[in-house]
Design a binder for this molecule. Sequence first.
Ligand SMILES: [Zn+2]
Length: 220
Amino acid sequence: MFKIMDPAPTGPVAEHVYAVKDGMVSMFILTNGESVIAIDAGNGEASVRAELQKLPISPESVTHLFLTHSDGDHVGGLACFPNAHVYLSRDEEQMIDGTTARFFGRRRNRSIDRPYTLLDDGEVVTVGHIAVRAIATPGHTPGAMSYLVDGHVLFTGDTLRLRDGRAQTFIRWINMDTAAQKASIHKLARLQGVTLLCTAHTGCTANWDHALERWRVGPA
Ligand SMILES: [Zn+2]
C-alpha cells in the first residue's frame, strides 16, 4: 500500500551515496572517498546523531551541507555537522529571516545559527572533485532548491514525491505554491542522464525516465 511518507532507510543508496533516515524524513551524504557533502540535515540532533553511527562516514568530515529548503525536518540536525558550511537558495532567506511566514502565517521557520552562503539558480559549487549544481525548484517553499551532483545524482527535497516510482507533486497543504511546484517538476523533467533521484520523504529511484515520464509534456 502507498504510504504518504516512506523515506529511504539509513544506509547506502548507491555507490558513494548514503541515506540517513530520521523518522519521516531522510537526509543524504555523498562522498567520492575524498570529499564529503550532505544534502539537508534531518529533523532532530539526537536522532540524526544515532543514525549517523550506522554509516562508515564521520559527520565531522562533512564540509559542505546543501539545504533543499528551511523547514525544520530538513535543518534540525545541523549541529551534527560542526564543520559543514551551509548553502541554501537566495529565495529561501525570506523564510528564515522573519520576512515570510509558513503554514498560513501561523509560524515561521527558524533562523540558521551559523554562517551560510546563498545560491542562485544554476550556480555550481565545487567541493574537491565533486560538482554541485543548484537548480531552483520553487513551490514547496519560495526557495526550494534541488541539487544535481556530478551531473547525474539529483536530490529534490520536497519538490516531488514518488508513488509507484513516478513523480507527483508534494502534499498540497504543506506546499506554499503547488502550481509553481508543477512548473518546477516540468523543469526537472528536462534533465537528461540522471542515474539516481533521491527525495526526502519517499525514497530514491534509479529509473529517472520512468519517474518523470509524465512530466516531459506540458509547460516548460
Ligand atoms: Zn520535508
